[in-house]
Ligand binder design. Structure first.
Ligand code: HXC
Length: 245
């Protein structure tokens, strides 16, 4: 919005997006339409896109950011918990992208940015649900880039790392006293901030990335390379190894 876009933000919780819209309008002077939808319910997506097109007449950029996640060992995850995350992250991304394609992008072109994660690169502990869901989204990025390139649609993934001041970090960052230790061991030795993710999204959405499609831009200060991922240690079972030696 600081770079000239009017924006539509959507979530299941109308109040939450309405409050956010007021702040965004006050900060940028652009318009922001707050809508309620569930990415698992195609008819709610269709209704929201219709409202957005009625208000603004066009849509240039789609950012798929809906993500369900929590820390849970695979052995403790219920079938429904696993399915819920796949439904929100993977099926939700497909639903919104497909409806957006049919309603507008097919004839006018556009940019799609899918928010993913680095969790699957090393099989992050307690994240089989989100890791597999986001890996599928990265695959979807490549499939849709191939199929929709001739419609002048660019499709890319953006995979953030640990970002300060986010719900993801608060709920998924693990035991807070360990943050400094883990983050200081990462290549850039600090958390990212929201502005750094915004700049990456701006790059992918803008003509600066006009020849970029079907790729994943990782914006994590290199932290997936060094992130703690020792399942037994993360479970707090430090004595596991000596007993095995
Ligand atoms: C285990 C859980 C659970 C938890 C829910 N479930 N929370 N299982 N541990 N903490 C199970 C439920 O018991 C239920 O299974 C199933 O999941 C569905 O739960 P519902 O509450 O009925 O579903 P719903 O309201 O549709 O969605 C729940 C939700 C969602 C998926 C948990 O509310 C959510 O994830 N909100 C948080 C969003 C969030 O923080 N996203 C940040 C993503 S950032 P049963 O079997 O009981 O029916 C990110 C980046 C990663 O992912 C990088 C981090 C550093």
């Amino acid at each position: 919005m600081r770079h000239g876009c009017h924006t539509v933000i959507a979530s299941r919780n109308q109040q939450r997006v309405s409050d956010a819209a007021k702040k965004l309008v006050a900060a940028t002077g652009q318009q922001c339409l707050a809508l309620s939808l569930d990415v698992r319910e195609p008819q709610t997506i269709t209704a929201a896109i219709d409202k957005a097109l009625k208000k603004f007449g066009k849509i240039d950029i789609l950012i798929n950011g809906a993500a369900g996640n929590f820390l849970c060992a695979a052995s403790s995850l219920s079938f429904n918990a696993y399915k819920t995350v796949i439904d929100i992250d993977t099926v939700g991304t497909f639903n919104v992208s497909k409806i957006m394609f049919e309603k507008y992008f097919q004839d006018h072109g556009g940019v799609i940015i899918n928010l993913t994660a680095t969790l699957d690169y090393r099989g992050q502990a307690f994240q089989v649900h989100a890791g597999t869901a986001k890996a599928a989204v990265d695959a979807m990025t490549r499939h849709l880039a191939v199929e929709w390139g001739h419609n002048n649609i660019r499709v890319n993934s953006l995979a953030p790392g640990p970002i300060s001041g986010t719900e993801g970090m608060r709920r998924l960052g693990g035991h807070q006293p360990n943050w400094d230790r883990n983050i200081l061991r990462s290549p850039l030795q600090r958390m990212g901030n929201k502005t750094e993710i915004a700049h990456a999204a701006l790059f992918l959405a803008s003509p600066l990335a006009s020849y970029v499609t079907g790729t994943v831009l990782v914006v994590d200060g290199g932290s997936w390379l060094t992130n703690a991922n020792d399942y037994m240690k993360l479970l707090g079972i430090d004595t596991y190894y000596p007993s095995k030696l």
